[in-house]
Ligand binder design. Structure first.
Ligand SMILES: Cc1cc2nc3c(=O)[nH]c(=O)nc-3n(C[C@H](O)[C@H](O)[C@H](O)COP(=O)(O)O)c2cc1C
Length: 189
């Protein structure tokens, strides 16, 4: 099986298990100074060879991907005793996909994108809250996707699917990209 399909199955099983935010994932980028940074994002699309997230394009993660496309990701579902480690190369997805994903956001998330310059220093949250509340009241049309908001696509180069075992001999399956397919290496726990 394509390991990304298996990843999709794991996310679905986490959802069925009632795990909160089953598609949230730690996303590690590295800036031009060689220093890593990490934050949580939410998987929006799982493609045959890639993961897609949405983000404002002025943010640290998006800027760092511009400078250095090499990224790492970590899913962890403790209740299932599973984790998935991924590496890949990230790039900005097409504008059309960004617009499609923006349209899928609910109104308050769309407005949040417009109201808040995520990551910029502020003195106070209240003016943002006031503006959000105001827009939520007066907004008559659906907001359009801002030009500096978009989606990142991570083409996966490797994925390790890790399953906990009671005897501590955990199952570690490392899939590495091999041409159009994947090669599988079992790793010692
Ligand atoms: C569960 C969860 C899901 C999140 N999903 C996203 C997301 O999909 N995209 C995003 O830009 N930020 C998301 N965030 C906020 C980020 O973790 C982060 O604070 C923000 O993107 C700024 O990151 P940066 O300044 O390092 O680029 C999420 C946070 C949490 C706790």
């Amino acid at each position: 099986m394509n390991p990304l399909r298996e990843l999709g199955k794991w996310i679905e099983e986490a959802r069925e298990e009632g795990i909160a935010q089953p598609a949230s994932v730690a996303f590690v980028t590295v800036g031009s100074d060689g220093r890593p940074s990490v934050r949580t994002v939410t998987l929006k699309r799982l493609e045959d060879d890639a993961l897609v997230f949405t983000t404002a394009l002025w943010t640290r993660k998006a800027q760092e991907v511009e400078a250095n496309p090499h990224v790492a990701l970590l899913f962890h579902w403790p209740q299932l005793g599973r984790q998935a480690h991924l590496t890949g190369t990230a790039s900005q997805a097409d504008r059309s996909l960004a617009e499609e994903l923006f349209d899928e956001r609910d109104l308050v998330n769309q407005l949040q994108t417009v109201v808040s310059r995520q990551g910029e220093p502020i003195d106070d949250l209240e003016p943002l809250r006031d503006r959000l509340a105001h827009l939520a009241t007066v907004q008559e049309t659906v907001p359009v996707c801002p030009t500096d908001w978009g989606a990142l696509r991570v083409r996966v180069e490797s994925i390790e699917l890790w399953t906990e075992s009671d005897d501590r001999l955990h199952d570690r399956r490392l899939y590495s990209r091999d041409g159009e397919g994947w090669s599988l290496t079992l790793l010692s726990p």
